[in-house]
Design a protein around this ligand. Structure first.
Ligand code: GLA
Length: 351
């Protein structure tokens, strides 16, 4: 594994970049700041190896980032309405950083923390583990929480992400990875020509502020139906209210027959480059986000300014605002339990 200094935090701590390889040429770079995926280099149908993960070339841009490129989001991926929830009869007030709502862990989420590095020796696969200890009361959350995230690159061209979390008081936990993919390998191209298939028959509609209403709606007959492969741009301008609120897709989709096992749940294909990304997860849902707020994000890789729809996120997770929705699967973590998540992004090509 190749390790190099990528930058320094505001407190002058070293930010390290770890490059994980496999024998077929896949390379993934991750750093201990935000446990962030910085690069994913994979071949196209002609064997050209290119980066398919949006981000920045220079570390300082990650310090100031507000779009969550590649990072681990926590404690809570996505929104908690009004930054409030009750647990065991006690009301908790979280930091609000998205209008009146709490988004992606608050003012300074896990994406802006320097994580501990735990290296492990393996001659078979390359992996690195990052750990973060979140103190009781941080951003308003109860309990001292420890989250470990392991990135693994396998010989099958998979980026496998394993999460483990523990707490000393009941709390809520819903971490995710916020990589923006663009399978063309050219970040000046839009992802609207990518095709997506997802094993999701329902979604959670939101209000205009992207907070779930609590309803669970069938995707059938709506622009939200990706059960059969469909081009992302096909219905995005359909005038559907849900898509107008978010200026595109920014919704939680519910996987069919959820049972906590790691299953194949989605396939993203770029017909031009032939790159295919298969996604496997044990989570009940995924936030499909089509990079609707990327317009004008400067200092992108190669000096580019990103545009709306330059990247797509498939954030595997529990549903947004679950702490306030009794009909959504629970996100409560108790001291005698261990949180676990496995998500795999597997790359291949189609001629
Ligand atoms: C998630 C949210 C979006 C937006 C992005 C980050 O996908 O659902 O609304 O906050 O993260 O910009």
């Amino acid at each position: 594994m190749n390790i190099k200094l990528f930058g320094k935090t505001k407190n002058d701590e070293a930010v390290l970049m770890f490059e994980l390889h496999n024998k077929s040429g896949m390379r993934v770079s991750v750093m201990n700041f935000g446990a962030t995926v910085v690069k994913i280099l994979v071949p196209d149908k002609n064997g050209n190896i290119q980066d398919v993960a949006l981000g920045y070339d220079y570390f300082d841009n990650y310090l100031n980032d507000s779009v969550y490129f590649g990072c681990i989001v926590g404690r809570y991926g996505n929104r908690i309405a009004k930054g409030r929830f009750a647990l065991n009869g006690k009301e908790y007030k979280l930091a609000t950083n998205d209008g009146d709502n709490h988004l992606h862990g608050g003012q300074e989420g896990f994406n802006k923390k320097l994580w501990e590095v735990i290296e492990s020796e393996s001659v078979i696969i390359e992996s690195i583990t990052f750990a973060y200890n979140s103190p009781d009361g941080e951003e308003g959350y109860p309990g001292n929480l420890r989250l470990e995230v392991t990135y693994i690159v396998t010989e099958d061209n998979e980026l496998k992400i394993e999460y483990r979390g523990t707490t000393d008081k009941p709390t809520v936990l819903n971490p995710t990875n916020h990589t923006y993919f663009n399978l063309t390998g050219s970040f000046d191209k839009s992802i609207l020509n990518h095709k997506l298939q997802m094993d999701a028959g329902q979604f959670t509609p939101t209000d205009a502020g992207s907070i779930p209403t609590g309803e669970i709606i069938d995707v059938k007959g709506t622009p939200m139906d990706f059960q059969k492969e469909k081009t992302l741009g096909e219905d995005i301008e359909a005038g559907f209210d849900q898509l107008k609120y978010a200026s595109g897709y920014d919704h939680n989709f519910i996987f069919n027959n959820f049972d906590g096992q790691t299953k194949h749940r989605a396939t993203l294909t770029d017909p031009g480059s032939g790159r295919v990304m298969d996604m496997y997860t044990d989570q009940p849902g995924v936030q499909l986000y089509t990079g609707n707020f990327l317009n004008g994000v400067k200092n992108g890789k190669g000096g580019i300014t990103y545009s709306k729809h330059s990247g797509i996120c498939l954030e595997t997770q529990h549903y947004p605002d679950s702490p306030n929705k009794e009909n959504f699967p629970t996100v409560v973590l108790k001291p005698d339990e261990e949180y676990r998540q496995t998500t795999i992004y597997k790359f291949s090509v189609k001629q």
